[in-house]
Design a protein around this ligand. Structure first.
Ligand SMILES: NC(=O)c1ccc[n+]([C@@H]2O[C@H](COP(=O)([O-])OP(=O)(O)OC[C@H]3O[C@@H](n4cnc5c(N)ncnc54)[C@H](OP(=O)(O)O)[C@@H]3O)[C@@H](O)[C@H]2O)c1
Length: 320
């Protein structure tokens, strides 16, 4: 059988909207419009009852230097990646003050501000970065306040649509950390509160402090340890944002997973890459908002093209 990979060319043919779309109204970036861009093929998700986004986002951690530290090797390409993501209909960008640190948020503002209508930038606080590959949790209320206010400045926003608590600091009760985010929300600096790297019990505790609208945990075909949290998100209508969606930055890889053979076979039938199948597999769950991260336009186009792949019931069963 003749198969075709969803390539850069197909992405272009399938729905280019050009740089003019940076200022296009939100409706034009949705499925059904003549200008329908590739990311819209994933359908939409409503976060917190009012933020409607295309269900394939972009993770902006990879537009920094090695060890998620400093400037990216190719800063011009990093800016192109951000602009291209928006052209392709991505309207949810995940970042954090800790990426770089500061570099990812600064590049987002430089490349995309003034932001197109409807673009949701979700950032996070709760880490300090002493050096490359070093991540030290800091969940003290004073730190979170300072971090949030610095992110607002860097991102040139008056309010952050989704502010996520990056990871619990074992030295600080999570109620204190989440409580400070709730105060920032009351002050109008945060629209919605999300959490990251939370288990079920921690999520329940956070939800007793304030309304939590999303959870961002590692989840992919090779690592489903957050399946219970995902199930709760499905039940309660929280957005689930899987990080490491194609498991490239993880010790559990797609290649080493039990589903590896099935993945290869499905990728062959669709004429796509296993990474695209891994993203399509995530998209088969309606509360899922994958945020594949990349520093290259070619990989971005490949990842976003996965929004058009619909896996059959038997393919989903084969992946397990
Ligand atoms: N909340 C948290 O604690 C947490 C932790 C980690 C990440 N995150 C967020 O989640 C996002 C995604 O996580 P991740 O970046 O670790 O994801 P990932 O699934 O590990 O994938 C990223 C890696 O895959 C490569 N890649 C991307 N598309 C590819 C393609 N089509 N073909 C081949 N390689 C490809 C990228 O390299 P190239 O640059 O060469 O494309 C990058 O090294 C991050 O960007 C960040 O926003 C959150």
């Amino acid at each position: 059988m003749e198969t075709q990979r969803l390539t850069r060319r197909q992405v272009l043919v399938g729905g280019v909207v050009g740089m003019a779309s940076l200022a296009a109204p939100r409706e034009a970036l949705r499925a059904g419009s003549p200008q329908t861009p590739p990311a819209a093929a994933a359908g939409t998700l409503k976060i917190g009852g009012d933020l409607v986004v295309n269900r394939l986002g972009f993770g902006a951690m990879r537009i920094t230097g090695p060890g998620i530290w400093g400037e990216p090797k190719d800063v011009a390409e990093a800016r192109r990646v951000l602009r291209r993501a928006v052209e392709l209909g991505v309207d949810f960008i995940d970042t954090a003050d800790a990426y770089g640190p500061e570099v990812s948020e600064r590049l987002i503002a430089e490349a995309l501000h003034p932001y197109p209508q409807g673009l949701v930038i979700a950032t996070k606080g709760g880490f300090v970065r002493p050096g490359p590959d070093q991540w030290v949790p800091d969940g003290h209320p004073e730190h979170l306040r300072e971090a949030c206010e610095a992110s607002l400045k860097r991102l040139r926003l008056s309010r952050i649509d989704l502010y996520q608590f990056h990871r619990i600091d074992p030295k600080v009760p999570l109620e204190d950390s989440i409580g400070e985010l709730a105060r920032l929300q009351k002050e109008g600096k945060i629209r919605h509160v999300g959490v990251s790297n939370f288990n079920l019990a921690e999520l329940a505790r956070a939800r007793r402090v304030t309304r939590v609208v999303s959870v961002q945990n590692r989840y992919n075909i090779a690592d489903r340890s957050s399946a219970d949290v995902l199930a709760l998100c499905e039940h309660d209508g929280l957005a689930f944002i899987p990080w490491a969606p194609i498991a490239r930055g993880s010790s559990n890889t797609l290649e080493g997973s039990a589903a590896s053979k099935a993945l290869d076979a499905i990728a062959h039938v669709h004429g796509v890459s296993v990474y695209q199948v891994a993203i399509a597999w995530l998209l088969a769950t309606p509360v899922m908002l994958p945020i594949p991260g990349t520093s290259s336009v070619a990989h971005l186009e490949e990842d976003v093209a996965a929004a058009r792949i619909k896996l059959s019931e038997s393919e989903l069963a084969a992946i397990g």
